[in-house]
Design a protein around this ligand. Structure first.
Ligand code: PLP
Length: 366
């Protein structure tokens, strides 16, 4: 049991709000897949999936064991495993997860497993590479895929999909539209020869924002669910889902000339009141936030992080703040604070969120 005082509160109402925000951009019949990989973007994939189960059509995780965790928690919704490996295929079947098959090695292995078992119409998903050049078949692979599929009724293609490389970047509009058109062409080819019509999907969050016309049958919403759109204006219409809180463990009054923390990185130029907080780089707080680059909120006032971020702790300057040991500390409770941390850490909010480590307690509040 995790009884850590440093807690990430996941805001259930904010998840609902964000989900509805994106649903409102879609046709009523378009399905929604909620991406809950990487522990629900650093929150808790199981709690998020349990909360959203009746409100979305599909979940996606990156790796098989993430899907197994959802099934073991009782989640019944279809779960797409975006990046399975041959070593995971038996588990995928045992837990009724749905594999993305992206190359012939894994495609052949899964068809063999399905034939040997034998399985009946087991749902699979086929991914095409349309320009990201990460995972996926090439359009020239279609004839062989189709001929293999025609020889078996042990699997059934549930969807064909692809992934956009720069959906957030309108300067890459031509490239993106080309990806979408290629995908539509691939789907038509596939349909013509397969004899039935699997679902199609290509849009992630910023795809829905910028290219809603290409919603096809389903969209895959990740970061948007967790409160981030393409730009500040859009993000301001979404609600923050990740609230990271802790408490003050200890307060020190240090004298002029005394130092704080490792490497004596902070030296007091005047008598200083410091607070020690039980969260460090092992919890996902970047070391780049040290030396006054980052701050926390204590009683609604900014307290800069002084000295270096330790593995398990930070120290902040609370000279001007009325506070005591045990008081609440807010690491972030708004998208602007998360964006600020990402900027100072020289990264994107995706990394700031997913960095929140497993040591932090996770609680979903309805
Ligand atoms: C992670 C991921 C998504 C979600 O992307 P967001 O930008 O977070 O909405 C969608 N599709 C695939 C294939 C992914 O890997």
């Amino acid at each position: 049991m995790n009884n850590h005082v440093t807690v990430l509160e996941i805001d259930g109402n904010a998840l609902d709000h964000n989900l509805n925000y994106f649903k409102n951009k879609l046709q009523p019949e378009t399905k929604v897949l909620a991406v809950v990989k990487a522990f629900g973007y650093g929150s808790d994939g199981v709690q998020v999936a349990q909360y959203l189960e009746d409100k979305v059509n599909y979940f996606a995780v990156a790796y098989a064991h993430e899907g197994i965790a959802l099934r073991e928690a009782g989640v019944k919704t279809p779960i797409l495993v975006l990046h399975p490996h041959i070593q995971n295929l038996q588990d995928i079947v045992d837990y009724r997860l749905e594999p993305n098959l992206y190359n012939f090695q894994i495609f052949d292995a899964f068809l063999k497993l399905a034939d040997d078992a034998p399985l009946m119409n087991y749902p699979i998903h086929i991914k095409f590479n349309t320009g990201l050049n990460r995972l996926g078949f090439w359009h020239t692979d279609i004839p062989k895929i189709i001929s293999d599929l025609k020889e078996t009724n042990h699997v059934k293609v549930q969807s064909l999909f692809s992934h956009l490389a720069a959906s957030e970047d309108l300067e890459e509009q031509d490239f993106t539209i080309n990806q979408i058109n290629n995908f539509a062409y691939i789907a038509q080819e596939f349909y013509k020869h397969l004899g039935y019509e699997p679902m199609l999907h290509i849009l992630n969050t910023s795809g829905v924002v910028n290219y809603a016309k290409a919603q096809f049958d389903m969209v895959r919403i990740g970061i948007g669910l967790y409160g981030f759109g393409n730009d500040e204006k859009e993000t301001s219409q979404l609600k923050n889902t990740h609230n990271l809180k802790s408490i003050i463990s200890q307060i020190h009054i240090i004298k002029l000339g005394e130092s704080v923390g490792y490497n004596r990185a902070f030296v007091a130029k005047r008598p200083t009141k410091t607070a020690t907080i039980p969260i460090g780089h092992a919890d996902g707080l970047s070391r780049k936030l040290g030396n006054k680059k980052g701050y926390v909120l204590i009683n609604n006032q900014k307290a800069p992080i002084i000295g270096n971020v330790c593995m398990d702790m930070i120290m902040v300057n609370v000279s001007k703040i009325d506070c005591k040991e045990g008081d609440e500390v807010v690491l972030f409770n708004h998208q602007n604070m998360i964006q600020h941390i990402a900027n100072v850490s020289e990264t994107i909010v995706y990394e700031t969120l997913t960095a929140i480590s497993q040591r932090v307690k996770k609680v979903l509040k309805k």
